[in-house]
Design a protein around this ligand. Structure first.
Ligand code: ADP
Ligand code: F6P
Length: 503
């Protein structure tokens, strides 16, 4: 495998090993915000991506994606449980999301997390050319920056956290807090979605590592300096805009509205089935609005897309049971023959179908209890070529810092949520147009390429990294070509089936 001057390291690769209907292996675009965001930029940039291909056992041999070389990292079944389902998604994920579910601490998960992080660091060290830049992504790989520095002190190392970083009083619960913080601060630059995260890390570095820390620079006791800052991630705006204006997507949106019974209003939510997304609070709000007669099933239709996620983790399994029970109750109580109160879709969709759904919505309801960014909110805005539609957005999503013209809401306050939904449903079209216009204007200047450019320029201000990126707005069309080459359609069906517990 050739060495690269830019290496990206993320838990997931942009490809996932799905099985075709005939049982043969085929490669599809991986689910999730992180991979779609990075894939859009990197397939046009000479680089190597180190990551997990989604299965267990031996690492597969994968083709290059355009100019992007793929270096898979193998995980055993035990490692998948201890590292991905355990420490990453049952300890760090809930802890970093306000502990909305209690974090679980197991000492053997920590052992596995360390050894898997070490394997990622070794794989990276092998493919990085002398003096290369390495960009490590997200909470799964917090220890990789320090491991990599030990293996290859010549490298320039960046780390970006896609999820929130918790307040010190929550982080202090973590039994391995010192090691985790040291691992992350092995980087030269640590990037976050929001400025508050950098502030939290500065406080912890001072307290736990005796560092001199401000919100943009941490000087460790050995005098090494780590820079920190906020770099809010974005989407491939050009791709979503061009999809949404395709005649086939426009007519599919019309068809969807017809199939929904030509209601006065369509309320849409699109989430991974995750307890951080606030789906249960949202269902309570809808149900009470129906109960109190403030909305009627025949003129207000709710569509909830909830794609299964991390299905072998207990908290995700019980969440799915609770949500499906509640959707069944609401439909049983308020629906009629041919008129469901909630259209609940537990399936993956391709990008064109998502674009059509976004175009169909009168009110897009994005109400996570805590979210690093929430790319769905940005995708909705990008898809609204017609400059119409309302966005109801949680204050606790990173996207709220930028999309200030949304109808902002505290999703924990069910009464406030009900009033905000009604307000968005009844808003004057001129007001909606002004809000949507302002949000679209913001996104135009802040797409995924602008994000990567800002981060890579901060990592290396000589411009040698940022200069390789395509111009803003240029990610879309080429991205589709390479995705097609890899038979990459947005689908998690097989990988979800694989993660499902045996019956
Ligand atoms: P997270 O990273 O927590 O999953 P984001 O909202 O940031 O949340 O990103 C979710 C990504 O997954 C978006 O790009 C969205 O389009 C995609 N997605 C969500 N639901 C589906 C689905 N049913 N089918 C295909 N893609 C989906
Ligand atoms: O955005 C947070 C994140 O954990 C990403 O790292 C990941 O790609 C996405 O959510 C989907 O989660 P998973 O990779 O566990 O399916």
């Amino acid at each position: 495998m050739r060495q690269s001057s830019l290496v990206v390291v993320a838990n997931r690769l942009p490809l996932d090993d799905n099985a075709a209907p005939d049982g043969a292996c085929e490669w599809r675009r991986s689910p999730g915000g992180l991979t779609s965001a990075l894939h859009a930029i990197l397939e046009q940039t000479p680089a190597t991506w180190v990551g997990w291909a989604g299965g267990t056992g031996r690492a597969p041999i994968l083709p290059d994606l355009g100019s992007l070389q793929i270096r898979p990292v193998a995980l055993s079944e035990a490692e998948l449980r201890g590292y991905y389902e355990g420490f990453a998604n049952s300890t760090l994920w809930p802890l970093y999301h306000d502990a909305v579910e209690p974090p679980v601490f197991h000492r053997d998960w920590w052992e596995t997390y360390q050894s898997v992080n070490h394997r990622f660091a070794q794989a990276t060290a092998e493919v990085a050319e002398p003096g290369a830049a390495v960009w490590v992504q997200d909470y799964h790989l917090s220890l990789v920056p320090q491991y990599l520095r030990d293996l290859r002190p010549d490298l320039l190392i960046g780390f970006f956290l896609h999820v929130p970083f918790p307040p010190p009083e929550l982080f202090m619960q973590l039994p391995r807090r010192v090691e985790l913080l040291r691992g992350m601060l092995g980087a030269d630059l640590v990037g976050f979605q929001r400025p508050q995260a950098a502030h939290n890390v500065a406080q912890l570095a001072a307290k736990l590592l005796a560092a001199q820390a401000t919100d943009d620079q941490i000087t460790l006791p050995d005098a090494r300096v780590v820079r920190t800052g906020a770099f809010p991630v974005s989407i491939d705006v050009a791709e979503m805009q061009s999809l949404a204006r395709r005649p086939a997507v426009v007519s599919r949106a019309r068809q969807l509205r017809h199939d929904l019974g030509e209601p006065r209003r369509v309320l849409l939510s699109v989430d991974r089935l995750d307890y951080t997304k606030g789906i249960e609070h949202r269902l309570t709000a809808y149900s009470e609005l129906l109960r109190d007669g403030r909305i009627k099933v025949r003129d207000t239709v709710v569509v909830q897309v909830a794609v299964p996620s991390r299905e072998r983790v207990d908290s995700y399994r019980s969440l799915r049971d609770r949500i499906e029970g509640e959707v069944g109750r609401i439909n049983g109580e308020y629906g009629r023959v041919g008129e469901a109160a909630i259209h609940y879709l537990n399936q993956p969709f391709d990008r064109a179908e998502l674009a059509a759904l976004y175009r169909t919505a009168d009110v897009m309801v994005v109400t996570p209890l805590r979210d690093g960014m929430n790319l769905v909110a940005k995708e909705f805005v990008a898809a609204r070529e017609d400059v119409a539609g309302a966005l109801v957005l949680s204050e606790f999503a990173g996207a709220a810092d930028e999309l200030q013209h949304a109808f902002l809401v505290n999703p924990h306050d069910v009464d406030g949520l009900k009033e905000t939904l009604l307000c968005a449903m009844r808003a004057d079209p001129a007001d909606l147009r002004a809000r949507m216009g302002a949000m679209r204007e913001h996104l135009r200047g802040h797409d995924i390429i602008a994000w990567a450019r800002a981060y890579l320029t901060a990592l290396d201000d000589s411009g040698r990294l940022a200069d390789r990126l395509p111009a803003s707005g240029a990610a879309g069309p080429k991205s589709r070509g390479v995705a097609a080459k890899a038979r990459a359609v947005a689908s998690r069906s097989r990988s979800v089936a694989r993660r499902r517990p045996p019956a």
